[in-house]
Ligand binder design. Structure first.
Ligand code: EPS
Length: 394
């Protein structure tokens, strides 16, 4: 029902995002969207490009007087750096006589597989679109998803849990971790670990190396019944995993205690069901949330908790062995300006993807063309949950 697509190259004019399937009358909070884009640009370990870009949204369609129209929404974020790439990235020009094709693929990037696939001899054609610059569009789409979910009381946030093997592990609730992360330069919750993480990023920089890590995304205000166990593609956990695995550098996704639960007895791995009539609108609850808010592909009503592993940035100042694809000679991979560690930035993109998937399953379940209609359908469902919780069902 909802769909987004991004278009644009890293050093071209900009990244356009087209979003469809949202209802009319959704208030568009431009400051909120801008703030999401600022969050995506920050983080200790970001490269020089992020100091150059000042990502700013331009609305080209689908929004009037700060409300959605129900029509496809089109948003452009310009690349400031494009002024330095006018000739190299000209959509209609010719390669200049002194132009050198990029012919040495970087291990870990999609350079080699991408050029084979599209029959390019110039890796620049691959780099430009494979670049994580594209994730600015994901955050635009995710901002609309977050604004929509907020209307129904569903909030999405997150925190960085580890960088380069340094794990933040202070005892805190999920809410406290997310709040603390908002004031951290590495989007993490524990100041002691943050200092160690910054140190290890400095070490990576000095060594001409890079680092990955893990982040956790959480959705609060959940209701039971989103997603579907009846078909593979509709399973909520499958959709979350697909959305998050589509984020550049993400190599692993875990829902709840995923990998840990594989080591436990069933009695230790699942969430017992309890009843408390004072809980509204759904009186059935769990005292643990090992399932991460999803059982059998359907939301349980507990918070969604998803952990992602990001590999280290593949562009290394001290490049790994590679091969020049023209000469077939052994060489060292080229260095292109890059981040040292992009995990705090990946978190913001991960939040965007989780919000997008949740907005999608909410649209599937509650339909409606206007926000009022969505809200009315949503209220009816809350009433049903209350009835389900209180009525004796034979
Ligand atoms: C990236 C390399 C760097 C990053 C870029 C992703 O850009 P450049 O090649 O211009 O130095 O800054 O990320 C962004 C531009 C962004 O907005 O996130 C890469 O090779 O993937």
């Amino acid at each position: 029902m909802v769909h987004y697509e991004t278009a644009g190259e890293s050093h071209g004019t900009g990244i356009t995002t087209i979003i469809s399937g949202f209802p009319s009358q959704l208030p568009v909070d431009v400051d909120f969207i801008q703030n999401e884009l600022v969050r995506r640009q920050k983080g200790y370990g970001s490269g020089p490009r992020m100091r150059m870009e000042k990502d700013t949204v331009e609305f080209l369609g689908g929004v009037r007087w700060k409300e959605t129209l129900g029509s496809p929404i089109s948003v452009l974020v310009r690349n400031r750096d494009s002024v330095n790439w006018k000739i190299q990235m000209d959509p209609l020009g010719f390669p200049p006589p002194d132009y050198h094709e990029v012919t040495i693929p970087r291990p870990g990037h999609t350079d080699l597989a991408g050029m084979v696939k599209y029959q390019f001899t110039d890796i620049r054609n691959v780099i430009e679109r494979a670049s994580a610059r594209e994730t600015v569009g994901r955050c635009v789409a995710g901002s609309f998803a977050k604004m929509f979910l907020n209307q129904l009381g569903i909030g999405v946030g997150g925190y960085v849990e580890s960088i380069g093997g340094i794990v933040a592990d202070t005892e805190m609730t999920l809410e406290e971790k997310i709040k603390a992360a908002l004031n951290s330069t590495l989007a993490t919750f524990d100041q002691q670990s943050e200092k160690k993480m910054m140190k290890v990023i400095d070490q990576a920089r000095e060594k001409g190396d890079s680092l990955g890590g893990t982040f956790v995304v959480v959705a609060f205000g959940m209701i039971p019944g989103l997603g579907d166990y009846t078909s593979a593609a509709k399973r909520l956990d499958a959709q979350l995993a697909a959305g998050l695995m589509s984020v550049p550098s993400v190599k692993g996704v875990e829902i709840g205690d995923g990998f840990l639960s594989a080591q436990l007895f069933g009695s230790e791995a699942h969430d017992a069901i309890y009843y408390d009539q004072d809980r509204e609108p759904f009186s059935f609850f769990r005292s643990t949330n090992r399932a991460g808010g999803v059982e059998g592909g359907v939301s349980t009503g507990e918070p969604i908790v998803v952990r992602c592993a990001m590999k280290p940035i593949p562009t290394l100042q001290k490049g790994l062995p590679s091969v020049d694809i023209i000469e077939k000679s052994n060489v060292v991979a080229r260095y292109e300006r890059s981040d040292i560690c992009a995990v705090p930035r990946g978190l913001v993109v991960g939040e965007a993807m989780v919000a997008w998937v949740l907005a999608s399953v909410v649209r599937e379940k509650f339909g409606g063309d206007s926000l009022n209609e969505v809200k009315e359908n949503f209220r009816n469902y809350l009433k049903y949950l209350r009835d389900f919780s209180t009525k004796k069902i034979k």
